[in-house]
Design a binder for this molecule. Structure first.
Ligand code: NAD
Ligand code: TYD
Length: 337
């Protein structure tokens, strides 16, 4: 039995990961620790909340005592750290909580992992630690770390702490750096679900700047399968980029969404750019392709179609996460743009 403590498992990628593992692996027990911030939602655990191989615990990753108690109680062997403040725009508004969760939280988990002799620590990082690219080239694992936003700076600090624990105390770790994810259960502060939600409600689609910034999109299920591959097959101490070679400008993505839901391109509204907006991300996944035999399976056209269908079929979920606080957030972020 593989006994795993997953953090942030009520968020977008974490919940997709736990769902996939419970569906496909019979010999896994998952302790799912999440603070349930605005981005964490028990509705994301639909279908597996009561699974006998899963237990949900509401806790903060900065609470070392609780983490250590959980490790002991459930004889945890592996920690996979998804928990984070994850939205760049929020990190520009209020950076402090990004340092608390992404840096201090990761440090707290690392101390617990070291003291409790955890067999493997997997840090879910991001390609944003590499900064931005010009019109050509791709991020490899050798690209120098050069984060530009408070979000990516906090994730970089966490990566460096993970490496330092490996070097200093021999902690067995892996770090994964994935590109932009899309798929079911993504909170509609991120571009794709935000644009889908606005299109469904005939609201303007706020495209930052000239709309020509490029992101390298990967379906969340492909990302989750890559993480599983790293957990089972990677040598400790290795870092892997994860991507799907799906570079698109934001304008292309937004037009694809409007066409798919049958709404006019006139809903596109160019708004003031994000400060320090990274121009282009693109991932070179050669290392994970060749060393672990993983490659992304979902092409973007098919993946985005399935994703839009999911949001159409889950209007109740969407209405739930876009009520109350979200309306305030939207006002604050977009009313003066
Ligand atoms: P998310 O914001 O949807 O989910 C984050 C989860 O962490 C939420 O459930 C939240 O409640 C929980 N959380 C936040 N602070 C916590 C704390 N102090 N203690 C315990 N739980 C806490 O984020 P996501 O998009 O699912 O991203 C998951 C991870 O993947 C993050 O580490 C992120 O940096 C990384 N990542 C995301 C993307 C992407 O495109 N979304 C791409 C690459 C890497
Ligand atoms: P986002 O989903 O926030 O991810 P990240 O900034 O981590 O890449 O944004 C994806 C791209 O979409 C990014 O270039 C910013 C842009 N964007 C908009 O144009 N409008 C929006 O309302 C949002 C949220 C993002």
């Amino acid at each position: 039995m593989n006994r795993i403590l997953v953090t942030g498992g009520a968020g977008f990628i974490g919940s997709n990961f736990v769902r996939l593992v419970l569906a496909e692996q019979q010999d896994c027990f998952i302790v799912n620790v999440d603070k349930l911030t605005y981005a964490g939602n028990l509705e994301n655990l639909e279908g597996f909340l009561d699974n006998k191989n899963h237990i949900f615990v509401k806790a903060d990753i900065c609470d070392g005592k609780t983490i250590e108690q959980l490790i002991d109680k459930y004889q945890i062997e592996t920690i996979i750290n998804f928990a984070a403040e994850s939205h760049v725009d929020r990190s520009i508004q209020e950076p402090k909580v990004f340092i608390e969760t992404n840096v201090t939280g990761t440090l707290t988990l690392l101390e617990a992992a070291r003291d409790k002799k955890i067999a493997r620590f997997i840090q879910i990082s991001t390609d944003e630690v590499y900064g931005e690219l010009g019109p050509t080239g791709k991020f490899t694992e050798q690209t120098p770390l050069s984060p530009n936003s408070p979000y990516s700076a906090s994730k970089t600090a966490a990566d460096l702490l993970v490496k330092a624990f490996g070097h200093t105390w021999g902690l067995q770790f892996n770090i994964t750096r994935c590109s932009n994810n899309y798929g079911p259960y993504q909170f509609p502060e991120k571009m794709i679900p935000l644009m889908i939600n606005n299109a469904l409600n005939d609201k303007p689609l706020p495209v930052y700047g000239d709309g020509l910034n490029v992101r390298d999109w990967i379906h969340v299920e492909d990302h989750c399968r890559a993480i599983w591959k790293v957990l089972t097959d990677a040598k400790p101490g290795e870092i892997f980029n994860i991507g799907s070679s799906n570079e698109k400008t934001n304008l292309e993505v937004v037009k694809t969404i409007l066409d798919a839901v049958g709404k006019p391109h006139s809903l596109i509204t160019f708004v003031k750019d994000r400060p320090g907006h990274d121009r282009r991300y693109a991932i070179d996944s050669t290392k994970i392709n060749t060393q672990l035999g993983w490659k992304a399976e979902t092409n973007f056209q098919e993946g985005i179609k399935r994703t839009i269908e999911w949001y159409l079929q889950n209007k109740k979920w969407l209405a739930g996460v876009t009520s109350g606080q979200y309306q305030k957030y939207y006002q604050q972020m977009y009313s003066n743009r």
